[in-house]
Design a protein around this ligand. Sequence first.
Ligand code: MSP
Length: 532
Amino acid sequence: MNDTRTQPNTFALTTPLYYVNGLPHIGSAYTTIAADAIARFQKLRGRSVLLITGTDEHGQKIQRSAIDAGRSPQERCDEIAGKFQDLWQQLGIQYDRFSRTTAPRHEAIVKEFFGRVWDRGDIYLGQQTGWYCVACEEFKEKRDLLEGGQCPLHPNQTAEWRDERNYFFALSKYQERLEDLYQKQPDFIQPEIRRNEVLSFVKGGLQDFSISRVNLDWGFPVPGDPDHTLYVWFDALLGYVTALLDSTDEPTLENAIARWWPINLHLIGKDILRFHAVYWPAMLMSADLPLPDRVFGHGFLTKNGQKMSKTLGNIVDPVELVEKYGSDAVRYYFLKEIEFGKDGDFNETRFINILNADLANDLGNLLNRTLKMAQKYCGGKVPKVNPEELECEHPLKTIGLCLGERVAAAYESLAFHQACEETLILVRSCNKFLDDRAPWTLYKKGEQQAVEEVLYVVLESVRLAAYLLCAIVPGLSTAIYQQLGFEIDFDDPSTWKDLSFDLHGSWGKLDGDRTFSKPSPVFARLEMPETP
Ligand code: MSP
């Protein structure tokens, strides 16, 4: 089947659909923050964007966690799905679809998809024996388990022996076509290290995998054989498809793929790479549907250098973090501090130091002191300078003129840390420029035009920095814009079309008759918590 995307200027991306066996953790927040930053940046580029997130609600793990919580599985799913939605709101995530895999319309899509794969002859009954990790919802090779039989990702749980009759998906049939895909579309899996992992896994020879379970009722019944329920991953991946339906659409595959399919980007963590980069494209090939453009597997977060785990009691709670420090701080830390794709660490001291250095001092304080000077020396109005007439060699204008392009390239390649670094170069240059040119001395000497020029160039640079960071710290960018006299709210979706990303012409947008607001700190310094 050919590319069904009808509008070239659309961009659809997904986060994983999160398990509802427990409250959202920092790993889920991390992927979702990154996805939101990408979505906002793409809107800035003038694209129509669809950001899909949601919850993965079937399977043994969820069923057991509901029993442990003394609830019915559906009650438990409803409760935890609500917690995810609350957290996304606190973090300023502008998602368009929240896909829940227990939704009846999802069952219709799964049934239809199963039918297509069945008709293709890719599903058969067989005997499944092996070690199953319920926490991963995945069979494991004996050689991959720890000595005591636990899966290394969940060392507090022993893998369980299974010997049952299951339906299988004929993955092995797709070996060659998958290898061909990775070769012809080298960007399909990113970053490079993950691509290599997948290539070597596939090269080792693909085995069919079971897509049904017996003795488990928390799942969709297998069409035509209700003694089996569908394997949670088979139905979960299809949650991305169901999410594309408009609320009034009949739940059919044809309707689901009409506008946004294929997905431009699946954002995931590295532990679920195989499902997205091997199983998923093979399932789509079997159903004769076009493949997504790109799967990006990011790294894992640790705390103070240690793996986060309930047993160690060192889990970072995203709700606590955002309540304590605010959403801009949390978003900025994870996107600036960790190279996207690599593992990264959360350390509270470092968190506070980075935010104070970059946002409170370098950026926030720069704006504050320059605005105070503008009040004093220019009557609180935009200094009288024609940006076009400023020579292009002006040090800050030079940086500003090519910054848009560099930052856009960083966002496109999901190098958020680089987008921040590039922008900070401008901000730091402004601080140095102010100190060197000392407008307070120029003012005393009566050099009014020189004062106006220095202040204009710095304030315009701060505006540009706020613009380039707005996908990451929308609240802070809004505060900066408002102090500069703009009526702009980066959290208001209708704002985007007026702000389209202009790579070359984005310098000099701080225009004539604006009146600045009274200067007040846009990012309050964070205090180090007292050590007990
Ligand atoms: N339900 C599946 C996904 C199905 S998608 C159709 C699932 N859910 S999950 O809730 O367990 O994990 C969701 C995401 O969180 C995964 O991308 C995983 O990589 C990520 N993380 C879990 N722990 C993490 C860290 N400590 N650090 C970073 N991300 C981590 O898997």
